[in-house]
Design a protein around this ligand. Structure first.
Ligand SMILES: Nc1ncnc2c1ncn2[C@@H]1O[C@H](COP(=O)(O)OP(=O)(O)O)[C@@H](O)[C@H]1O
Ligand SMILES: [Mg+2]
Length: 260
């Protein structure tokens, strides 16, 4: 379990970026939302120890982040950064994905196994010898997920994983997220895309000016006045509300309710 207890974070010389956050999660999909500057990335960086609390505690499966290194915590919590293409540096995809496991000091055979498994999870099997720079935007996002998966973390943090992707690539990333959850991973999904929240999240945590202002089920989240937080309600929900079909998550579900 990830436990965040009364977490405060102050960057040197700035006002508080996080103000007394309490939060827990297990193997569920939690969407972390809020306007720019509300503290989402700061909170996420606490979950694998990249940042340490100014006050309060972050405990990952019993490990307090103050007492463990990022290297140790990364085995439990994988962090896929926003715009991950800036992070690739190997000449081919096999080397790129094997970099993390190799640093863990695993045997060559285990490394190979993990690389092939991780690439398969994101539908990039067969791409081992290509250079990361030859990939499309969506493929790069999937490669970044594979690099983190190869570490076999229990929890995954995905920072804006579908932002800037075309519809097909975005759908493929959405399917990967749902799949990883089915396989037992806990996923913290940072996003501005309310359609994505609606489709995949089980719970939503809303940050505003460094405070947690909402933590609850998706349908309850969408009944908030989201404009107050610079967020939009998905068109699908407005239409389904107008037509009285109740709470639906996807267009397919909407059509099924209308016709079924
Ligand atoms: N490295 C940093 N140094 C100083 N201030 C920072 C740094 N990173 C973020 N901040 C500030 O902390 C606040 C929260 O930022 P952030 O966690 O990046 O928000 P979000 O991810 O929700 O956009 C903002 O006011 C931001 O300017
Ligand atoms: Mg951010």
């Amino acid at each position: 379990m990830i436990q965040v207890k009364n977490l405060w974070h102050i960057y040197e010389g700035r006002k508080e970026a996080l103000r007394g956050i309490n939060f827990r999660m297990e193997n569920e999909i939690v969407a972390l939302v809020g306007p720019n500057g509300s503290g989402k990335t700061t909170l996420a960086k606490h979950l694998n120890g990249l940042l340490k609390p100014t006050k309060g505690d972050v405990i990952i499966d019993g490990m307090n982040t103050k007492e463990h290194s990022v290297a140790e915590l990364s085995k439990l919590v994988g962090y896929v950064f926003q715009n991950p293409e800036h992070m690739f540096f190997e000449e081919n995809i096999f080397k790129e994905v094997s970099f993390g496991p190799r640093n863990l000091g695993l045997k060559e055979e285990e490394i190979r196994e993990r690389v092939f498994w991780a690439l398969k999870e994101v539908n990039l099997n067969g791409y081992e010898n290509r250079t990361p720079y030859s990939l499309s935007g969506g493929e790069k996002q999937r490669l970044a997920i594979a690099c983190v998966l190869a570490m076999k973390p229990k929890y995954l943090i995905l920072d804006e994983p579908t932002t800037g992707l075309d519809e097909r690539s975005s759908k493929s990333v959405r399917e990967i997220i749902k799949n990883l959850h089915k396989e037992g991973h806990g996923i913290l999904l940072i996003t501005h895309e309310m359609d994505l929240v609606l489709e995949v999240a089980q719970r939503v945590v809303l940050l505003y000016e460094g405070r947690k202002v909402f933590d609850g089920p998706v349908d309850e989240f969408f009944s908030l006045e989201l404009r107050n937080y610079d967020l939009n309600k998905p068109e699908l929900l407005r239409i389904s509300h107008e037509l009285n079909v109740g709470f639906v998550r996807t267009v397919e579900e909407f059509i099924w309710r209308l016709t079924g």
